[in-house]
Design a protein around this ligand. Sequence first.
Ligand code: HEC
Ligand code: HEC
Ligand code: HEC
Length: 766
Amino acid sequence: MKRFLTHPLLLSVLAIAALYVLFAYAISPPMPRSLLIQFMAICVVGVFLVVSFDDATFQRFLNPLQLLLGSPGHKIPRALAFVVIVAGASALTYTWAKPSNRAPIELRTVHPAPPSSLRVFGNNYNLATLQNPLRETMPRGSDAYVEMISEGGTLYYENCIFCHGDNLDGQGHIGDAFNPRPANFQDVGTIAQLQESYLFWRIATGAPGLPREGAPWASAMPVWHEILEEEQIWKIVSFLYDYTGYEPRSWELEAQDAAAPESAEPASEASETSDEDAIRQVYDMRCAQCHGEEGEGDGPAAELLYPKPRDFSLGTFKYKTSAADSEFPYDADIARTIRDGLPGTSMPAWGEVLSEAQITGLVTLLREFGDWAEEDEEELGTLPMEMGTRVESSAESIARGAALFEKACLQCHGADGRGNVTSGKVLKDDWQDRIWPRNLTRPETWRWTKDAEGIFQRISGGIRGTPMPEHTTTMSEDQRWDIANYAMTLRDNATPLTTGDTVIRALRVEGDLPDSPDDPAWDAAPPITFPFAPNVIKGERLYFSLNDTVTVRAMYNDGKLALRVDIDDRTYSVPGAPEEVQYRDQETDPAPDAAAVQFPIAIPTTSERPWFRHGDPQHGVNMWYWRAPNEEAGEPESNALLDASGPDGPPTPRADSGDLVSSGSWEDGRWRIVFSRSLDTEDGRDLQFETGRYIPVAFANWDGWAGHQGSRHSMTSWYWLLLEEEEQPLKVYGVSGLGGALAALAFLFAARRQRRAYEDAESDAA
Ligand code: HEC
Ligand code: HEC
Ligand code: HEC
């Protein structure tokens, strides 16, 4: 038995299998196939070298193989081995020959080694010895320390919250639009593992400061030395540690660590208590930065947010299940908002961070801010909403609902439900901010409503503080259920946001490509929808855009590629057009809507790509730019080709945009824009398209109504465009047949030689 278990052939097979399992499954993120094959080849050679080191071992290693191939007594195992090997070789070549439909995997070192020194703010810092200067001068707990942390917090909420989130957990409301996601500072794998000098380096130099293995081209992390001062960065660093309760790693602490393993528990909210002071502390830590110290909606982060955080002193709440004429929501309604947050706004979900007792305590505190804490629900006259009997969804109910929607909702929510006002009114909320009806085709932006029941409640109770009216007197309960059933079908007008797929698959067509955005031929191309993020990264920054998604389709033929880019946009911003003048914002200069598509100038052959915003000096990008007409200035729709090679200068338009064509059409709250160009051009500055390759692509949008121009725009991170190759069965099956045939030949050849060897040995013996 022992002899069997230590047999070199068995050990070799086990070793190779174990290494394969390790490389293929135990490493995260998974390594690309080509790398895996290289690794495995090295392992096989290594194992072979070990077993062939001395003759005796090598002979033992070969013995079973020789028996299998040559021994006259092993005919059946030999036949089986033949079948297995030939089938295996055909299958393997088949998987290689078959066109892959998986996007390239991005390998990225999350914490690459920092440089030894750093030149910023006109100084040279030695990162190995750099310390947080504030930590030495301000002992923890001192007044100066408390003041400094609070300043750091304010800076964080003014600059970082959009991406890294107000709970510092990487869940900022635009974080979903980036890949990699913004870092989660609450995770023990980030700042708890790092030295403060490391954070200083990362914050000061952002994505472009990363070495290659950190994939600088994909990161959205801004370059903060261009925006903040040195001391401000140290204040933010101190705040990050204070808020999360982690200790920075330092050379002195390292020695102590080794002696006593510390527990890395964040210190926040260690004790659960409903005691008033403790609740006040929770509010100060979790809510005040947006809702303000006295609940007046004026915290340091508030200015840059849209919609604005609620002013609790007015006692007006939008979302409730109490009857339309009840002034206040139930406590349970407010608790639900705190627990689940308001999707589509910066109001986070606190359910996983706060206990139920803390949430209840916060509800009481909010009532106090509004001076209605003393009365109970009965005294306030809060009554439940009458819901009647649910009318089940059916073709008839939906048809009745559609007719009612046209009368009662269309003037605000638009014919297809995209929230484009058609009444001509400029809508404002009670706080005198411009407000836009919800896009009913995009349920991920619905604040409180999830299903027909929720819609029934919103229609019945209206949304307080906003122009969204209540309909209890004007509509019967059955009618409200019909509209709710209809409104639930509006999402069929949209392609849902992608949940992980990153590839636009261009459809190959024979003959001409559709050149009009409204051509029904586009329906054949598979659509995919990506999120937009406002540019908070560089240049004149933009913090919010109503246009939050882009849906893309692509087609190509022998000579050309065409993309159709759909953007939900409530406003037709063609300055001077009657629809534009009607909804114009008096405080912003109107500009035409615009959109752009960005490609690298060459298809990357490694994982390296241009920086996702405007490329970089080594890797330029092409931009295809379309702009709506400007009737005021007498300018027609325009089309331009721009080159860019880095975030520091504006892209430069080319005098001649070759055969690039773009044109847009707006209807019912949506732009559809078609871009097309030849697959190959004569110009060395252009990307040359190739089929079967993954080509990086990104999108940008300017919402003219809101005055977006230049760097004030929204954008996506890099995605992929794949010009799908036609299935070539002959090639795929031919290659795998050849693979099988070669394996069969090799086997037969080896078996023949072994059989001869056996025969020779036998005749020698005889
Ligand atoms: C536009 C979104 C965005 C904003 C705004 C932003 N970051 Fe980041 N940040 C990221 C992304 C994405 C990453 C992860 C990729 C990377 O490491 O570069 C990141 C990573 C980091 C890291 C590295 C963490 C680690 O574990 O290595 C630090 C530190 C950091 N950010 C601090 C800040 C601070 C401080 C601010 C505000 C002054 C800020 N960020 C603002 C997007 C953003
Ligand atoms: C990052 C900013 C931010 C933080 C932090 C924040 N909120 Fe909000 N909150 C908002 C915004 C923005 C709105 C308004 C959304 C809207 O009008 O659609 C809001 C609205 C609310 C509402 C009103 C819901 C309604 O029906 O009108 C309540 C209640 C609320 N927040 C409670 C809290 C509590 C409690 C905390 C702390 C645990 C908190 N918020 C923390 C941004 C924030
Ligand atoms: C006068 C304009 C107006 C009319 C008429 C109107 N709405 Fe609205 N509606 C709005 C506005 C504005 C909002 C967004 C409020 C906000 O964000 O605070 C809204 C929001 C909504 C929401 C989103 C709720 C959520 O949880 O996010 C739904 C659902 C809705 N409306 C359905 C309807 C239906 C159905 C009708 C017809 C019965 C209708 N509305 C009529 C203006 C209107």
